[in-house]
Design a binder for this molecule. Structure first.
Ligand SMILES: *[C@@H]1O[C@H](CO)[C@@H](O)[C@H](O)[C@H]1NC(C)=O
Ligand SMILES: *[C@@H]1O[C@H](CO)[C@@H](O)[C@H](O)[C@H]1NC(C)=O
Ligand SMILES: *[C@@H]1O[C@H](CO)[C@@H](O)[C@H](O)[C@H]1NC(C)=O
Length: 470
């Protein structure tokens, strides 16, 4: 709250005008999303840059009274007097924008850094543990449709010790974040989170969760990792429950204990590229998901897989998930489109042993204690960069064969497409903006999304930072 003053007084005055109330955006802190360009790639056309950005999850934000600065949250939930139900809460409370640097999130070019700890105004290191989503240029989540496609990114996990988890994954959230009459910000304010652990949250799909329901949805963990261990794990859901443990792949747990780590085959003391392919039975983007394949690239070279023949999860290897639709069910969610999620976290109850200790990794059962991490590694952070997705074989350049062929012995020289100076075109285009939907944002300082509203709505200014389609 550093920059209060005339602006926030003016903003507070605006906030009481008789617009539609809701956990509508407040005006103390403008919501300015850090830009994070990504690339969509095709075999024929190369990679095209997209104007995407990141948005911090809704639960991390200050929700306060419309006319004052009294918090509308209490004891991990909402203040029952201000928020007995959705409509009353919407009248009484607004949700604020965030200062992304204080929230542990910064971007630079096409790279995103998430910090576990940030120094607060009191000089102490506070655990901020951010979770953020990839937002499209229209203020809705970017929906990645990865069935029969691949996803690649570069990652630097060198500062993540035992017990930390730098995660990049997909959740089948609503594209708008559950935007509605009361929650007009929606995805633009990071609402609507769900995952396969069926979390019980104060808000569910953008609405006050008055009966304490869990919110389950399909989740595909692309990378959950620190410098010592890593896993990728599908968690399909069906009929209101999910495969919470998942049928994942962790090279250490498969017996390849010297494959992944500092100085190992995948050398985690330096950045590397992670490629994940969602292969269908018929090779199309509408077939049944039959295999998920992982490979890594470092120093321009494809790294041999840990398992001979490729590091894969197959439909038969995922039979434990059959009551939730198995790998095919996961594939259907990937075909519908899922939201790209980034987080960094540690775990005071289990010390992340499921990822990196015992049979899962080389860490002791206690060294993931967050208080020890804070004492020894206060700067722990993860960097994700050059995120790109599209046709299998199109996101990473190779000069020695198709990286998707599954051969574990090629040492093809490969380069991430976006940074490559190869002949493949990497173009930047400004996509034409679709008209914004009812309640959505259509203007404001820093806004790069659509400025036109779908008929019959018109764009109405609420404050300097926020106009919406009403
Ligand atoms: C906010 O203040 C305005 C003007 O004083 C008043 O009309 C309105 O009822 C107040 N709203 C709430 C929720 O207190
Ligand atoms: C989430 O909210 C949106 C907007 O109201 C709605 O269209 C969608 O069906 C909801 N999704 C679920 C799973 O309830
Ligand atoms: C979910 O329930 C429907 C209706 O009972 C059933 O047809 C379907 O097979 C179930 N899905 C799974 C994956 O069990």
């Amino acid at each position: 709250m550093g920059q209060k003053s005339l602006q926030s007084i003016a903003a507070a005055a605006l906030a009481v005008l008789p617009f539609v109330n809701g956990q509508q955006p407040g005006s103390s802190t403008p919501e300015v999303h850090p830009q994070l360009p990504t690339w969509k790639c095709t075999t024929s056309g190369g990679c095209v840059q997209q104007q995407t950005s990141v948005v911090l999850d809704w639960n991390y934000r200050w929700i306060h009274t419309v006319n004052g600065s009294t918090s509308c949250t209490a004891n991990g939930g909402v203040d029952k007097t201000l928020c007995p139900d959705e409509a009353t809460c919407a009248q009484n409370c607004v949700i604020e924008g965030v200062d992304y640097t204080s929230a542990g999130i910064t971007t630079s070019g096409s790279s995103l850094t998430l910090k576990q700890y940030v120094k607060g105004s009191n000089g102490q290191m506070n655990s901020v543990s951010p979770r953020a989503y990839l937002l499209g240029p229209d203020g809705n989540y970017e929906m990645l449709k990865l069935l029969g496609q691949e996803l690649s990114f570069d990652v630097d996990l060198s500062t993540l010790p035992c017990g930390e988890n730098g995660a990049l994954y997909l959740s089948e959230m609503d594209k708008t974040g559950g935007r509605n009459e009361y929650n007009t910000g929606g995805a633009n304010y990071g609402s609507g989170y769900c995952d396969a652990q069926c979390p019980v949250q104060t808000w569910m799909n953008g609405t006050l969760n008055t009966n304490g329901q869990g919110y389950c949805c399909n989740e595909m963990d692309i990378l959950e990792a620190n410098s010592r261990a890593n896993a990728f794990t599908p968690h399909p859901c069906a009929n209101g429950s999910c495969d919470k443990s998942g049928c994942g792949f962790n090279p250490y747990a498969r017996g390849y204990t010297s494959y992944y780590g500092p100085g190992m085959t995948v050398d985690t003391s330096r950045p590397f590229t992670v490629v994940t392919q969602f292969v269908t039975n018929d090779g199309t983007t509408s077939g049944s998901l039959s295999q998920i394949t992982r490979y890594y690239v470092q120093d321009g070279k494809k790294i041999p897989s840990a398992v001979s023949g490729g590091d894969t999860i197959t439909a038969s290897g995922c039979s434990s998930a059959s009551s939730w639709g198995g790998l095919a069910g996961m594939g259907q969610a990937l075909g519908r489109g899922m939201v790209l999620t980034f987080s960094i976290w540690n775990d005071a109850s289990g010390y992340m042993n499921w990822l990196d200790s015992g049979s899962n990794g080389p860490c002791s059962s206690t060294e993931g204690n967050p208080s020890d991490i804070l004492a020894k590694y206060p700067d722990t952070h993860v960097v994700f960069s050059n995120i790109r997705w599209g046709d299998i074989g199109s996101t990473v350049q190779t000069s020695g064969g198709n990286p998707g062929s599954g051969s574990s012995t090629t040492s093809a020289s490969t380069k991430p497409a976006p940074t490559s100076t190869s002949t493949r075109a990497t173009t930047t285009t400004k996509p034409s903006q679709p008209a914004q939907t009812h309640w959505g944002q259509c203007g404001g300082n820093g806004w790069q999304g659509p400025t036109q509203c779908q008929s019959p709505y018109t764009c109405k200014k609420q404050n300097d930072w926020y106009s919406q389609c009403l």
